[in-house]
Write a protein that binds this ligand. Sequence first.
Ligand code: HDL
Ligand code: ZN
Length: 425
Amino acid sequence: MSPLSQSEDTAYTLNDAVGLRSAVNRIVHDTPLTDIHTHLYAPAFRDLLLWGVDDLLTYHYLIAEFFRLSDMPYGQFWALDKTGQADAIWQTLFIENAPLSEACRGVLTALHRLGLDTSSRSLADYRAWFAEQDAAEHVSRVFQVAGIQSAVMTNDPFDDTERAVWENGYEADPRFHGVLRIDPLLNDWQSARPKLAAGGYRVSYTLDAETLSEIRRFLNTWAERFNALYMAVSLPPDFAYPEDSARATILRECVLPVARERNIPFAMMIGVTRQVNPALRLAGDGVGSASLGPVERLCAGFPDNKFMVTMLARENQHALCVVARKFRNLLVFGCWWFLNNPSLIEEMTRMRIEMLGPSIIPQHSDARVLDQVIYKWAHSREIITRVLRHKYADLLETGWVVRESEIKRDVEALLGGNFWRFVKG
Ligand code: HDL
Ligand code: ZN
């Protein structure tokens, strides 16, 4: 951020609350951001990058909502191709019922901000428009519409399709950054072990010294290949640390030492109960309340490690803010998954600002479909703007003077600066 000269740097006082309001609106709207957790891929990953109206409509959030309003048997839906599934979802959630949910509204926000006429309700027209687009050009268009500078991917060395792209020499796209995601390693060592062995790592089921060393080599190899900004895992509500388990051993002996050596954070996404309804497939995961004890003990026990944490249960959010007040090596991020709804984003952002000031990452999109970043960020920028307007206005009430350059500083920090300083610091 280039410092404004004293004369250019507008100072807002209580007499100019209206000027402050428009300054916050403008600055949050105009500040390019880093989306620190997505499931997007650079165009070079070809079919792994999902985009277009049929991918928007078959997003697993909408599939879950579809089955609430349709009596179609699960098997009949899954037997449809993507177009057939999208037709069923469009008809049920948008035509026969009002698209009131956040996921439905999001589809319409994305189409609308791409310049399509949502009043026509013509799925055929939307499909025709997307069919004319080039994937790489569309990435640039969507990033420009959403105001995104960088997107951080979720890269999985256990995914055969993705691994092939990396092993065939992926040419990095500067807008997309890598992350090493290690759920199988930490959550299912029995199934991960043979995959590491197949990759040439000398690992046995017992976590002996050689196996632990080879797991560290695996982590270093893929963190290097991905140029990983951080390592990440999603964890169940009953995640415990310390405990006598493969997860705790691999975490203590492998993941945290490698993260320290590479000076990268370890991100824990806590509270997901996988496949509570397997018939919904990717849409079948649920949520559970977790203890903050493991987070406290990890932050305290590994002061030279950096931790990023987001939790899936609404009832865990306040305690997470308290733990973040205790540990400077903990960075709270995002309104994850079932929390990515306006009512909860507002509640969480207010709570976090009131308890942690500007030292947070208020949001990530978690986008799986490129076009989703348009709506996920339009909706979140609106809420972040509202919260900041109120918080700066509270300062004016104390006689404090708020300067335009300070608003820019704070917004740049919230929309990416905090992340990059934490990663690189
Ligand atoms: O584990 C995760 O990263 C989650 O975000 C899951 O991918 C989940 O399916 C999702 O897309 N949530 O938004
Ligand atoms: Zn995710």
